[in-house]
Design a protein around this ligand. Structure first.
Ligand code: DGJ
Length: 693
């Protein structure tokens, strides 16, 4: 059972996860002070962290730093009351502890506003889930900022931050730099999680490496705009505060209303960045994704092969080829509906294009099912082309602002799903589409950011920044409830919407539109910091690659994509018989290693700069995927040390039959038999030798 305790003499709460502890206490002014986040404590006798810094004259770090008094750091809660006054002063109003969930209630001393700090722990993870609720029993409150949580580190001489940066076609690039003595803002102002930054952040004191050292990391479960502000002062105090929305937005909290933030989860580990990732992966599988026990099917998607040139005959031909390869899920991408023959028109008109699908989608869906595959379809429910029947009928359904233009991106506008009528219409057509066509899988895309995000005539327009995302969640949740077999892929022009909020109602993420395997090694490395391989969509596409023009061997492309949820995205009609045969063999191999890749513990075994590798340990198996994009001076990479393998066991290579000692594989490493030349790769599948057998 989760271990949460209140120690009344110290007005202190102590939270234990399996290997960590977290402690907070009330001070004399009823502020909830942060005391400890780190190694497991055996005593509640916790020393208060040094109070005060040159930035902060009013005591030590708080669990949610509200504006008010002599507080000058980034505020996690900023409100303006109906009488125009700002800032809060707390009165402790009790707490509840209920099956791993602690709620600490704080009332403002004057205004009828209650803030509850929520903490939830589980007995199978060190991840602590935190969020905030604000309940207003008085006149309207303008909420200018309401973060999910603030996090505090022990005072150390210095800290490094690891975070993910990128853009379209270059998502999830890991950066690791010193934390400056400053306020550092990580944010998305796009209405989507974003390609540019991801709400995951890891801090270490400079000593952590892949397999050792203390790492504190956090992930916000939110798929709209967000902001995390990290603050380090010259004395070495480091805190950060994060939640939904970006600066400049204000929501009105009406009388009787409660605002609930998304979860901002935190994890402490002393096993380095690798252990942190493995703990996040396990948490995501156990507590976030809807179907953790499943393995993701091998899918085919024709987007790179055919673009918008989608019709029944072409898709049927591809489906036949895909089925022969061993593909399990066939997905029709953009271009099947309305006047959508390019990205200029038709978005919003969700009926099959009669020239392309004269009898609707059903014949294709039936044929795909007859071939033994699941049937999937691309949709972009939050968007509309101005050149569409939907927009002509409902120009007011899009985000827009009076007296301003409507900026188009990819020739499209964003539907305001915060509007109940727009949201209801969206759920209705999706529900009908799934029912009528026996759809097993939706690829839910969202290809542009919010601009002119207004709602003329609405008294509280900024609310849409929260309510649009909530509506997306609600529509997905309703669809899933109505169609329990339905699986969903989250996509936003590639990996622009990957976060723990969307993953609570989707099964996988389209990681990036960049399918070049060399670039993908870096993208997947960043993605794996937080997300498990099970949710990482990875396709094998054609060579030369459409994004980079790089030529790579089929085997290399497969080996890179086999590190995630494998898909095929090439034009199979142009693949030679030899290529189709090799692809079918590799898909068969993938299905054998898939439980290890998707459900195992991932060890990033990155080597000497020329070599990248991942090992997956699962039950009696250890799978290695190693990639060598280039080989400077023709030197062979050094043997690969298999951290994560059991040193007391022996393993048989299922290909060669050679038996290796786990201890030797850990210490001296595995010699990898790379083919000659650049873009070389190796897959090694080791199975523990049963000594009794
Ligand atoms: C962006 C996605 O990332 C692609 O895979 C594809 O679905 C296109 N949109 C279709 O418009």
């Amino acid at each position: 059972m989760p271990d949460l305790r209140y120690v009344p003499e110290q007005r202190l709460w102590l939270l234990h996860t399996p290997s960590t502890s977290y402690a907070v206490a009330l001070d004399d002014d009823d502020n909830v002070r942060h005391l400890h986040w780190g190694a497991r404590l055996t005593t509640p006798a916790i020393r208060e962290p040094a109070a005060g810094s040159s930035f902060d004259t009013a005591g030590g770090p708080r669990e949610l730093d509200a504006e008010g008094g002599a507080r000058f750091g980034p505020a996690g809660l900023q409100v303006r009351f109906a009488d125009g006054s700002r800032g809060v002063e707390w009165r402790y109003a009790g707490h509840d502890i209920d099956a791993g969930h602690l709620r600490i209630h704080l009332d403002d001393r004057h205004h009828p506003m209650r803030v509850t700090l929520h903490y939830r722990v589980h007995d199978d993870t060190d991840v602590i889930e935190r969020w905030t609720t604000v309940t207003n029993s008085g006149g309207p409150i303008a909420v200018q900022r309401c973060d999910s949580a603030s996090w505090t580190l022990p005072q150390r001489p210095g800290y490094r931050m690891s975070h993910l940066v990128g853009g379209w076609n270059s998502e999830f690039r890991l950066r690791r730099t010193d934390v400056p003595v400053a306020e550092t803002v990580f944010t998305s102002r796009r209405g989507m999680t974003s390609h540019q930054a991801n709400p995951w952040l890891a801090l270490d004191d400079g000593a952590a490496a892949e397999e050792h050292g203390e790492v504190w990391s956090t992930a916000l479960a939110w798929s709209g705009s967000w902001r995390i502000t990290l603050h380090r002062d010259p004395a070495g105090h480091v805190t950060w505060t994060g939640g939904p929305g970006h600066e400049g937005l204000t929501w009105t909290l009406g009388t009787g209303e409660t605002l609930e933030t998304p979860v901002y989860a935190g994890l402490y580990t002393d096993g380095g960045f690798g252990a942190a990732s493995r703990a996040w992966h396990a948490y995501t599988r156990r507590h976030v994704v809807p179907h953790p026990a499943e393995v993701r099917p091998v899918l085919y998607n024709s987007w790179e092969a055919t673009g918008f040139d989608v019709d029944e005959a072409g898709q049927t031909a591809l489906a036949a080829k895909a089925a022969r390869l061993g593909v399990e899920l066939f997905v029709v991408d953009d271009g099947w509906f309305g006047e959508r023959v390019s990205d200029h028109a038709g978005l919003g008109d969700w009926t099959p294009n009669p020239d392309r699908f004269p009898h609707g989608l059903r014949p294709l869906a039936d044929e795909v099912h007859r071939l033994g595959m699941l049937f999937g379809l691309w949709v972009e429910p939050e968007m509309v082309n101005p050149d569409s029947d939907l927009y002509r009928a409902h120009p007011d359904w899009v985000l827009h602002t009076a007296h301003r233009g409507r900026t188009e991106m990819r020739n499209q506008l964003v539907l305001n799903l915060a509007r109940p009528d727009t949201a209801a219409w969206t759920h209705a057509w999706l529900d009908r589409l799934v029912t009528d066509n026996d759809i097993d899988f939706l690829k839910w895309d969202a290809n542009r950011a919010f601009t002119e995000a207004g709602w003329p005539g609405h008294a509280d327009p900024d609310r849409l920044w929260l309510d649009h995302t909530r509506a997306v969640y609600q529509i997905m949740d309703r669809l899933r409830a109505g169609h329990p077999g339905l699986r969903i892929e989250a996509c936003s022009g590639g990996g622009g919407r990957a976060d723990l909020g969307i993953l609570a109602r989707t099964d996988q993420v389209w990681t990036s539109d960049n399918t070049d395997p060399v670039d993908r090694i870096g993208i997947q490395h960043g993605f794996s910091q937080l997300f498990p391989a099970q949710v990482m969509g990875a396709w094998v596409t054609d060579s030369p690659n459409v994004a980079t023009a790089r030529r790579t061997p089929l085997r290399f492309r497969f080996h890179v994509a086999m590190a995630g949820a494998l898909g095929i995205g090439g034009d199979l009609t142009t693949w030679s018989e030899d290529e189709l045969k090799e692809a079918a063999e590799l898909i068969e191999v993938y299905k054998r290693i898939r439980p290890a890749v998707q459900h195992g513990a991932a060890h990033r075994l990155t080597g000497d700069g020329t070599l990248s590798a991942v090992g997956y340990s699962y039950e009696d198996q250890f799978v290695v995927l190693a990639w060598c994009p280039s080989r400077p001076f023709g030197h062979d990479p050094a043997p690969l040390r298999l951290t994560g393998i059991d040193p007391a066991a022996e393993y048989r290579d299922t290909d060669t039959g050679v038996v290796h000692s786990g201890a030797v594989l850990r210490q001296s490493g595995l010699d990898l038999d790379f083919p000659q030349g650049d873009h070389a790769s190796v897959l090694v599948h080791l199975v523990r030798v049963d000594r009794k057998g």
